[in-house]
Design a protein around this ligand. Structure first.
Ligand code: FMN
Length: 353
């Protein structure tokens, strides 16, 4: 049977991955309330279609940080792709390049950045950084990414400590994952160390440290994980170039708002001074349309990309991306939007349910 929607890929991945890998991907923090709310919140928004417009030509293209992409849909940073498919992030990068979308590569990639850059040299890639306690290591990572052609730095702010992922605790997953990390080791260590302790994320990193990052790199800085107007205003004050409204797919702090519910407040606070993106719970083309209507410039997919990777590697990720791009094209056509610029908040209403 063909896979016709993203949740078909989810069912395939659940059937074919080991229990511990499946649990790692699907799991959320604590009771998984926010993970599930990310999806449920989209269902409280209804569409207000406009008809009798000429929709023979519908153009899904847009830009992020000045670079053109084929649709406002990208790949969120997720770690450890080699758990899911042998050449992991290299497959993901090639699929993103073929689909013409932005791929945000994680600090916890299981392939070296050099290999990822070499396998998809024309694809738009951003590098996600979990600040490490060792400043020198951060500097090396940032400068390596910049010299390899990554076009922006995505600083994840919602993980000064890893959330309580009960499934991973039960499966005692850590050792297996530590072995997969490559970029946090020196080149000499990369192939020789039998055991590597994942270094903790720097929990002392704060707003004033952003100027240090700005001093070592010319790349635009995007903060991932902002959920409040207060932090959005601080992001403006500190001259960052973008925000990804995100709750880490519900994997960090449980009981925070669904990403789509936090979006409006953040968009209002930045007053158009930077691009605002969203990830969390995007599963259909209509979800993409709703996020754009509420002010997101682009959305990013986390788990669905890993489901595609588990299905057929590079080609599975491409199928996932093309499927949601096609759905988004349909959503635009059926609501009367000929270009991404025509998507606005008049297209949505909040249901009373
Ligand atoms: C398996 C997995 C690994 C992740 N690894 C990272 C990571 O390394 N860095 C990061 O900033 N976010 C990470 N995230 C969070 C995603 O970037 C994203 O915020 C989230 O998955 C979006 O929600 P969705 O899965 O509902 O699309 C991870 C998420 C998952 C599911």
């Amino acid at each position: 049977m063909p896979l016709v929607c993203l949740t078909d890929f989810q069912a395939y991945a659940q059937e074919h991955l080991s229990k511990s890998t499946w649990d790692f991907i699907e799991g959320g923090a604590d009771e998984c309330f926010t993970r599930d709310d990310n999806m449920a919140a989209f269902k409280k928004i209804r569409l207000r279609p406009r008809y009798l417009r000429d929709v023979q030509e519908v153009d899904t293209r847009t830009t992020v940080q000045g670079e053109e992409i084929t649709a406002p849909i990208g790949i969120a940073p997720t770690g450890f792709h080699c758990l899911v498919w042998p050449d992991g992030e290299m497959s993901t990068a090639r699929a993103a390049q073929a689909a013409g979308v932005c791929y945000v590569t994680s600090t916890y990639a299981s392939c070296p950045l050099e290999d990822i850059a070499a396998t998809a040299p024309r694809g738009l890639k951003w590098f996600q950084l979990y600040m490490q306690p060792d400043r020198q290591l951060n500097k090396q990572l940032v400068q390596r990414a910049e010299s390899l052609g990554f076009r922006a730095l995505v600083i994840t702010v919602d993980a000064p400590k890893i959330g309580n992922r009960r499934r991973d605790f039960r499966n005692q997953l850590n050792l297996k994952m530590n072995l997969l990390l490559k970029d946090l080791r020196s080149p000499k260590e990369r192939n020789s160390m039998p055991y590597f302790q994942m270094s903790p994320i720097d929990s002392s990193f704060c707003w004033n440290d952003l100027s240090w990052l700005q001093s070592i790199s010319r790349l635009p800085i995007i903060l991932k994980g902002i959920l409040t107007k207060e932090d959005a205003e601080l992001a403006v004050k500190h001259n960052v170039h973008g925000i990804i409204v995100s709750n880490h797919g519900g994997r960090q702090l449980d009981d925070v708002p669904a990403s789509i519910d936090a979006l409006t407040e953040v968009v209002a606070a930045v007053k158009g001074k930077m691009e605002v993106y969203l990830d969390g719970g995007i599963r259909t083309g209509n979800d993409v349309l709703k996020a754009l209507a509420l002010g997101a410039k682009c959305v990013f997919l986390g788990r669905p990309v890993l489901w595609g990777l588990a299905y057929k590697g590079e080609h599975g990720v491409e199928e996932v991306l093309n499927l949601i791009k096609n759905e988004f094209h349909t959503s635009m056509t059926l609501t009367g939007c000929r270009s991404v610029a025509e998507i606005n908040q008049d297209l949505v209403q909040f249901s009373r349910l």
